[in-house]
Design a protein around this ligand. Structure first.
Ligand code: NAP
Length: 405
């Protein structure tokens, strides 16, 4: 087996037939993973003939792992993921009562996958609830490791909550009633800065027009407000020659036409801006909770999360995953839509530098939607006959061509 290696501490060295891990996933995971792997293999074949391929290594997690090892996420699987560096992941059921809240959160924390990256754009033909979905072309960078998702919270009647209420009262004069549960929202400079840095790097490398810092800093000044301040600081200290602040840009747009505009928006305003001024937003960098809400809301504009890909990316390790869950009622029926996982696979190919295959895959998916070859979730909105998951995969494969063909 040839594994991806890390050179100079941060660069990936990808062999021509890397071993890449995949977690099949629970529920519909088996169906969508099977189709996705077939389709990605076809994209590689179209792009590179037999010069490049992926050796897929199945990594156990979720219900399947529980059955064979007694654990939802055995150490061996974590070790394998570590060795592979890059992996593709189907959806996992959130197990109840194993000392952590979700396998997804565990994976993100274990590998310090601090950026949740969600590209959202419109595929012609897909039914949408908005008038101009084609204006959506955004990439959301959501901080993945802190904020209110850190799990630092106590029930109102716990001894910890009581103690904390007492401490707040005696030390700071903050009076909370006895029926108050308490959660803590940590937002730090290091973690905010590295997330915004990643968003800015992406914007520079992909010639994007703007980076918007989304925050609720008018109310939460020292967490959300600090995120915004640290965001501007990293932009101005590390990307000075590439960026311009919005207020300067607006004074003289022509003078700064080649620069990336860095701006900020308060979260509630941003929710309306993405609907009313859609094409003014491009790359978005935001805190964990804002990003969670905002990414699904933007995905809804182009047809919903069934079509939205995602990647959890750290400095080196990356896990690309379907954004939706296990949809248990469709498990084993071969009817689920594999698009989210397919597009996540496309992000993965770009991440390892195999952009040709990624482009072929995305074009073929787009053509399938244009030709109204779709699974039941989309077909029912179009009032047309649906394809099975595997049939959709075949239609995508039929539409794969090299650019010059
Ligand atoms: P869900 O699995 O995303 O499913 C909700 C509904 O969305 C489905 O009933 C179906 O809608 C539609 N849907 C989702 N994916 C689809 C696909 N690929 N093709 C067609 N339709 C799709 O959300 P949930 O029911 O809230 O969660 C179920 C389990 O998944 C939970 O254990 C949850 O913790 C887990 N989950 C895992 C992840 C992850 O691993 N990243 C993410 C979210 C949730 P219709 O019924 O309208 O057809």
């Amino acid at each position: 087996m040839s594994y991806i290696e890390v050179k100079d501490g941060s660069k990936l060295s990808v062999p021509s037939n890397p071993t890449i891990g995949y977690i099949e996933g629970d529920g519909i995971g088996a169906d969508i993973s099977k189709t996705t792997i077939q389709v990605i293999n076809a994209a590689l074949e179209t792009a590179y003939r037999d010069e490049r391929s992926i050796e897929w290594k199945k990594i156990l997690a979720g219900d399947e792992a529980m059955e064979s090892t007694g654990k939802h996420l055995p150490q061996e699987s974590l070790d394998e993921l570590k060795q592979c560096i890059v992996a593709l992941k189907g959806p996992l059921t959130t197990p109840i009562g194993e000392g952590f809240r979700s396998l997804n959160v565990t994976l993100r924390q274990y590998f310090d996958l601090y950026a949740n990256i969600r590209p959202v754009r419109y595929f012609p033909g897909v039914p949408s609830p908005v008038v101009a979905p084609e204006k959506v072309n955004m990439v959301i960078f959501r901080e993945n490791t802190e904020d209110v998702y850190s799990g630092i919270e106590w029930r109102y009647d716990s001894p910890e909550a009581k103690k904390l209420r007492g401490f707040l009262n005696t030390e700071f004069g903050v009076k909370l009633t006895d029926d108050t549960g308490i959660g803590i929202k940590p937002i730090g400079r290091f973690k905010s800065t590295r997330l915004v840095r990643k968003a800015l790097q992406f914007a520079v490398e992909n010639n994007r027009k703007s980076v918007t810092l989304v925050h609720k800093g008018n109310i939460m000044k020292f967490t959300e407000g600090a995120f915004k301040e640290w965001g501007y600081q990293v932009a101005e200290s590390e990307f000075k020659s590439k960026i311009v602040r919005e207020e300067d840009y607006l004074r003289d747009p022509a003078a700064y036409k080649d620069k990336i505009v860095v701006k900020d928006r308060i979260t509630d305003n941003m929710f309306q801006q993405v609907l009313t001024r859609t094409d003014e937003y491009d790359v978005i960098a935001t805190t964990n909770l804002n990003g969670d809400y905002l990414s699904d809301a933007i995905a809804a504009q182009v047809g919903g999360i069934g079509l939205a890909p995602g990647g959890n990316v750290g400095d080196i390790h990356a896990i690309f995953e379907a954004v939706h869950g296990t949809a248990p009622k469709y498990a084993g029926m071969d009817v689920a839509n594999p698009t989210s996982l397919l597009l996540s696979g496309s992000m993965m190919l770009t991440y390892i530098g195999w952009k040709e295959a990624s482009d072929i895959l995305e074009r073929a998916i787009m053509e399938s939607y244009k030709d109204r070859k779709v699974t039941q979730d989309v077909a029912r909105l179009m009032n047309i006959k649906p394809l099975k998951c595997s049939e959709f995969g075949l239609e995508v494969m039929k539409r794969m061509t090299r650019p010059q063909e």
